[in-house]
Design a protein around this ligand. Structure first.
Ligand code: NAD
Ligand code: UDP
Length: 336
């Protein structure tokens, strides 16, 4: 079975391509390399001992999508491609609506034209807004606080409308909590092109000496140690969640599931974890809260377990070990 993976050269996409190849799927990556790396795909092939096909293209280009779907006879799509920097989405929203919303509509249009009606979509826990209860279940109200989140919710709604109009589609909406870590080989990992805004890549860059200190955004939250708490999930667990979701797309269906661990860890716990994994000092500076941040957020992952027979198996120790392993072996990412 051949899977078209949009955004397959990115962080989560590359780890998922590796799991797909290892499980015996044929893979066609469709990526414009705006934030992805060809080197990541070469390394995926190296680890898997199998090759994949790469089509350089933009998901806003329907002709290119139809061509890729037909040429390689793809039967299912995993759709990662998009922009994800929340701050950029506030200062410059139009590229987000073009890439994430128009790009997704174009992809669905191309799929419909080719009779390919199975898709997994990368959504995010950001669609829950400020948690009204914890752990967050899939029936939590959906509200968003920034244009990035709005694009995710818009595409979710488009997918729901599409399914209601044509129930022959198979649609899996996966709401990721906080993906971290890297493949244990240390060959692939997250390689942000700009200064990271997410916690774990930032801590790893401090540990390796690329940045002087970590700014802790708020130490007066009503949490165990005052710093923000999140549901960090190892990217390999997350990638495997996509394979479980793919298996559930055999018949027409529409589902939305949380991919998280059900546990939360504070900023200070993650700093300690990386300190331990690296054996290095991680200087920190305490700052006021970052606008829009919730104190605590974590998933109820039980629906993923019952629907997909998937659950996370890797803990904070493996997350920190692999985050460090990737960064210390590739201090400048794929350009090392
Ligand atoms: P990433 O930036 O590493 O990967 C995205 C990939 O999509 C890149 O390879 C990029 O080159 C490609 N791309 C972007 N726009 C494209 C376009 N118009 N046409 C073709 N390719 C395009 O991001 P990631 O962390 O791997 O995230 C993957 C998906 O998961 C995204 O949709 C993101 O919004 C979502 N998500 C990520 C997180 C996270 O914390 N990383 C959390 C929740 C949801
Ligand atoms: N955080 C921090 N310093 C940073 C980046 C993040 O203290 O440089 C904190 C942030 O306030 C939150 C947690 O780390 O409590 C996770 O932030 P991230 O941006 O990784 O994920 P999100 O807030 O989107 O869940």
């Amino acid at each position: 079975m051949t899977i078209l993976v949009t955004g397959g050269a990115g962080y989560i996409g590359s780890h998922t391509c590796l799991e797909l190849l290892t499980a015996g799927y044929d893979v066609v990556v469709f990526d414009n390399f705006l934030n992805g790396h060809e080197e990541a795909l070469r390394r995926v092939e190296k680890i898997a001992g199998r090759s994949l096909r790469v089509v350089e293209g933009d998901i806003q280009d329907k002709v290119a999508l139809v061509h890729a779907l037909r040429t390689y006879q793809c039967t299912k799509v995993i759709h990662f491609a998009g922009l994800k920097a929340v701050g950029d989405s506030v200062s410059d929203p139009l590229p987000f609506y073009k890439n994430n919303v128009f790009g997704s509509i174009t992809l669905l249009d191309a799929m419909a034209e080719c009779g390919v009606k199975s898709i997994i979509f990368s959504s995010s826990a950001t669609v829950y807004g400020d948690p009204q209860w914890l752990p967050i279940t899939e029936d939590h109200p959906l509200t968003v606080k920034n244009p990035y989140g709005r694009t995710k919710l818009m595409v979710e709604n488009i997918l729901r409308d599409l399914f209601h109009a044509d129930p022959s589609w198979s649609i899996g909406i996966l709401r990721y909590f906080n993906p971290v870590g890297a493949h244990p080989s240390g060959l692939i990992g997250e390689d942000p092109r700009n200064e990271p805004t997410n916690l774990m890549p930032y801590i790893a860059q401090v540990a390796v000496g690329l940045r002087p200190y970590l700014r802790i955004w708020g130490d007066d939250y009503p949490t165990l140690d005052g710093t923000g708490e999140r549901d960090y999930i190892h990217v390999v667990d997350l990638a495997r969640g996509h394979l479980a979701a793919l298996a559930a797309l055999g018949a027409p269906t529409l589902f939305s599931v949380n991919l998280g661990t059900g546990e939360s860890h504070s900023v200070l716990e993650m700093v300690d974890g990386l300190k331990h994994a690296s054996g290095r000092e991680i200087p920190t500076e305490r700052h006021s809260r970052r606008e829009g941040d919730a104190a605590t957020c974590y998933a109820d992952p039980s629906f993923a377990k019952s629907l997909l027979n998937w659950e996370a198996s890797l803990g904070i120790q493996e997350m920190c070990r692999d985050q460090w392993n990737w960064r210390v072996n590739n201090p400048n990412g794929y350009d090392t």
